[in-house]
Ligand binder design. Structure first.
Ligand SMILES: [Zn+2]
Length: 335
């Protein structure tokens, strides 16, 4: 059981969120409001019916509902409202900095223009007191040609995103499928991340590192199946953006008590805690921290370390990074 002091610390400590899919922050209430505003008929009769459908068995069963939810996003204001709703929740959880994933192909495939997507999300980031930057993700179940076309379409807005990532159905779509587009992004000076080792094997983490040359691994929890890989990740201080509630909801682990976050930390890995798709997986940042600390033997020193890790792993200018880290240390010095 979590004591009151630790619970308060987890709620109030400064946080960086590095693994949040903005389309995964769409709450059923907002999905219904946007559907009504845009005259879209949903396959679900009510907010309750939609929420009841969030009983996933694996990544694919989630993705099917996730794409249906995103279909209500049509206009720039829709993307703005979705992003602002997330940033308000993040602010309430004392998130100081967020690096937000967005999936343009989910929208361009429905005829929504790239400028509508990027400008709506970006404008909300500008209007929020939370420091927020954007990472464009390619859908890995689609072809590399599609990813390349998406990158080209996004390049006129290059100043509005800091990096690219790789998400969607992992198994059967290894990182190396996107070697060329990632090489091009690297030449463009974009930061590189990829989902690997969530449902996919440790081999996908190797190719994300060696072929795509990513700077962070999203999820990566299956690295512990490979001792040499675990050691390498620790030695290189390669960050993993771990999403505990997501891992339980998608059955990567049966129960939070079995989650390997503590083993990752004990192995010396730069693990961070994040919410992934908070509207679908049962919680935002503080919910993730509290659920994890309730289930695992984690204490104040782990909270301090995880709070720091988020900023250490962030793509921020050094000066800003140090400012946030100083804020973290000052917070923990007062406890
Ligand atoms: Zn994710």
């Amino acid at each position: 059981m979590l004591n009151d002091q630790l619970r308060r610390v987890l709620q109030q400590m400064p946080k960086a969120e590095l693994h949040i899919h903005i389309e995964g922050s769409l709450e059923p209430e907002l999905i219904f409001a946007l559907a009504e505003r845009n005259g879209i008929k949903l396959a679900y009769g009510s907010v309750e019916e939609l929420r009841a459908a969030y009983a996933f068995t694996d990544l694919q069963s989630f993705l099917d509902i996730y794409y249906a939810g995103a279909s209500v996003l049509l206009k720039e204001q829709d993307f703005y409202d979705m992003t602002m709703a997330y940033l308000k929740r993040a602010e309430a959880d004392n998130v100081r900095h967020a690096e937000i994933f967005f999936d343009p192909q989910t929208h361009t495939a429905r005829g929504v223009a790239m400028d509508v997507i990027i400008n709506g999300i970006y404008r909300a980031c500008q209007d929020s007191p939370v420091s927020a930057t954007l990472i464009l993700c390619f859908l890995r179940h689609l072809s590399e040609e599609d990813a390349i076309a998406t990158l080209e379409a996004a390049l006129p807005y290059r100043d509005k995103f800091i990096g690219v990532g790789l998400d969607s159905s992992e198994v059967g779509n290894p990182p190396e499928k996107f070697a060329r587009v990632f090489a091009r992004c690297r030449d463009l000076g974009l930061h590189l991340v990829a989902h690997a080792g969530e449902e996919g094997p440790p081999a996908y983490i190797y190719t994300a590192l060696d072929t795509l040359k990513v700077e962070r691994i999203d999820h990566g929890v299956r690295c512990l199946e490979d001792a040499a890989l675990t050691e390498r990740l620790a030695k290189e201080q390669m960050a993993l953006t771990v999403c505990p509630l997501s891992n339980i909801k998608l059955c990567v682990f049966d129960q939070m008590e079995q989650h390997n976050l503590l083993q990752l930390l004990d192995a010396g890995i730069l693990a961070t805690v994040n919410s992934d798709d908070p509207a679908y997986f049962g919680g935002y940042m503080n919910d993730n921290f509290i659920a994890t600390f309730e289930a695992l033997p984690l204490g104040l020193s782990h909270a301090h370390r995880l709070s720091r890790n988020g900023f250490v792993a962030a793509f921020l200018p050094e000066e800003q990074k140090h400012k946030f880290l100083a804020e973290v240390d000052a917070f923990f010095a007062k406890i």
